[in-house]
Design a protein around this ligand. Structure first.
Ligand code: GLY
Length: 574
């Protein structure tokens, strides 16, 4: 199947509404072209969720830069191009690999809770959650880490000057660009909250009306902030006039971020999670992301079942994979949090022995109920936004990074004079034990708010090596669905041997323990599979998952780039 020519697959994806082969794949999103989403190159490949972003990455390569120069340029441009998803007021994770490394570097530039933050920040005097306090406005924002993370990783591995890699973002913010479909939808969705903050209204409204598709979005204040970073590096954001503007707004609105929080913000270089799958080494993000641990746990659970014999969307494949996801989310709620603050049983959760115990509990003919799925016992011991991009060159340098301000437009609060949209990542903490976040995921005590702690994430930038050479790098946005979309794409490619285009465009499903349902994404699985699953007892909920996988593989000397056909984006290279 992997040998189907790319041309034939492109024809199927662009020509058909839904491809009904041995498994269902989605068609291109309206207005998007297969030629822009799937590319084959010999030298390098870049897959992002934005045309300007991919083009900026290419420009760096043409200027003699490397994968990290391209990654830094993409990160700054995507902050301008996708203000609904990511930005200077957010954070993220990045995995970097170059030949000769023992394992990839994992950069953690996740937001941190301010020093003044307390466990009960989002509760009233009776201990009840204050509606939307962790989602909208000043308290929703953690101390941003994106600028520090991009500068630190670029300083270590980039070749071009910071002034060069930040140039395209400044130009785009100053000149502006027409609002595209996804941005228009997000603006429409968040317009009431954006309107309640004058600095947000100034940018995203025209004559009292929210910008609509085709209107020009110009971000002059953001260009000024980018110029401050261009001139003074990290200090241009964490000290000086930008930092003062952030703290002034925090104080004015009774918020908690102070100069000291900004000065102390630290990027952490972590050891990535490592798993194996049938002769491949799988590296993904470590805590404070739950992503890497649970991607590996899901792969471990299904590995010996050889689901490739059944096929990608056979009811048995879906049943065992969904059951593995269900268990992962029960463990996530119990154990996961920032490992700098709480002890996370990483070795146990990612072990093949634990996976064997999970498999033994899964009945062949029915799903487990949510009550039957307890978390593992070990001795001693997240509106779906965010964005992802992947870059790989033929020599084997790889950057894969997920960056976010959490929900659409984060907290919806723009810091006056800076163009910075403040994240609402504080909602990724458990506001109290058992409370659900924006993505309906249950939170546990390990993920309660604490000063300087990083909220639990699902972001899973992942690199797969075979014989010490990168063969696949992927990631996606979409809250808790990130880790199940990444795990499924890995299985589609590594276990079911689907061509990368199909591995990404195959219809996906998601099980996160609570709610007790099998969520099936765009266009659904074929009827026969869904009928069988219902007969087994599955409650199927057809609801888009929001994932937009950006993937690059290295096959027979060629780099194949795929930007998920479900959304806007572009893969390009040479
Ligand atoms: N804010 C989404 C995540 O970090 O998983």
């Amino acid at each position: 199947m992997r040998n189907l020519s790319l041309f034939f697959i492109l024809f199927l994806i662009s020509a058909c509404s839904v491809f009904q082969g041995p498994y269902r794949t989605v068609p291109m999103a309206p207005g998007e072209s297969a030629q822009e989403h799937f590319k084959v190159g010999k030298k390098y490949m870049i897959a992002t969720q934005g045309r300007y972003s991919t083009s900026a990455g290419k420009k760096m390569m043409e200027l003699g830069g490397n994968a990290m120069d391209a990654a830094a340029a993409v990160s700054f441009v995507i902050s301008v191009e996708r203000p609904q998803s990511t930005g200077l007021g957010g954070g993220g994770f990045l995995l970097y690999w170059q030949p000769g490394m023992e394992s990839p570097d994992a950069y953690d530039f996740r937001e941190k809770a301010p020093l003044l933050a307390k466990k009960n920040l989002f509760l009233d005097k009776e201990g009840n959650e204050v509606p939307r306090k962790s989602l909208d406005g000043i308290f929703a924002g953690g101390v941003p880490g994106l600028v520090a993370g991009i500068i630190e990783s670029h300083q270590k591995y980039g070749k071009l000057p910071l002034a060069t890699v930040i140039g395209p973002a400044i130009e785009l913010a100053e000149k502006g660009f027409p609002v595209y479909t996804e941005l228009a939808k997000a603006l429409n969705y968040r317009q009431d909250t954006l309107k309640s903050f004058p600095a947000s209204e100034k940018i995203f409204f025209k004559k009292g009306k929210i910008l609509k598709e085709g209107d020009l979005l110009v971000q002059k204040d953001l260009a000024k902030t980018l110029k401050a970073i261009q001139k003074n590096g990290r200090d241009g954001f964490y000290k000086g006039w930008v930092a003062k503007a952030i703290v002034a707004e925090e104080r004015r609105r009774g918020g908690l971020i102070r100069m000291n929080d900004l000065r102390r913000y630290n990027v952490v270089k972590r050891k990535p999670m490592k798993g194996t799958y049938k002769g491949n080494d799988v590296y993904s993000m470590s805590p404070p992301s739950s992503g890497g641990i649970h991607v590996i746990q899901i792969l471990n659970t299904v590995e010996p079942l050889n689901l490739g014999h059944y096929g990608i969307q056979d009811a048995r494949t879906v049943h065992y994979t969904a059951s593995a996801m269900q268990q992962a989310f029960a463990d996530r709620a119990r154990y996961l949090g920032d490992s700098d603050f709480v002890s996370v049983p990483i070795k146990e959760l990612t072990s093949k022995e634990y996976a064997k115990k999970i498999r033994a509990k899964i009945p062949a003919d029915r799903p487990l109920t949510k009550e039957e799925v307890g978390h593992g016992e070990f001795d001693g011991y997240e509106s779906p936004e965010t964005t992802h991009f992947t870059i790989m060159d033929a020599e084997g340098h790889v950057v894969t990074s997920t960056q976010t301000i959490n929900g659409y437009f984060g907290s919806a609060l723009v810091i006056p004079g800076t163009g910075i949209v403040l994240n609402n990542e504080m909602d990724d903490f458990a506001t109290k034990v058992g409370a659900k976040n924006l993505f309906g995921a249950v939170g546990g005590r390990n993920n309660l708010v604490e000063a300087e702690k990083r909220p639990l994430s699902s972001m899973s930038p992942t690199i797969v090596l075979k014989d010490n050479r990168p063969v696949l790098a992927i990631g996606t946005p979409s809250g808790t669905r990130i880790l199940t979309c990444v795990a499924q794409t890995l299985l589609n490619y590594l276990e079911h041997k689907a061509p990368l285009v199909n591995a990404v465009s195959a219809v996906r499903y998601h099980q996160q323990w609570f709610p007790d349902e099998l969520r099936v994404g765009e266009f659904g699985l074929n009827k026969e599979t869904e009928d069988k699953l219902r007969a087994m007892g599955y409650k199927i909920n057809h609801k888009n998952l929001g994932c937009r996988v950006q993937a690059i593989s290295f096959e027979n000397g060629e780099l194949i780039g795929v930007s998920d056909p479900r959304g806007q984006g572009m893969a390009d290279g040479e």
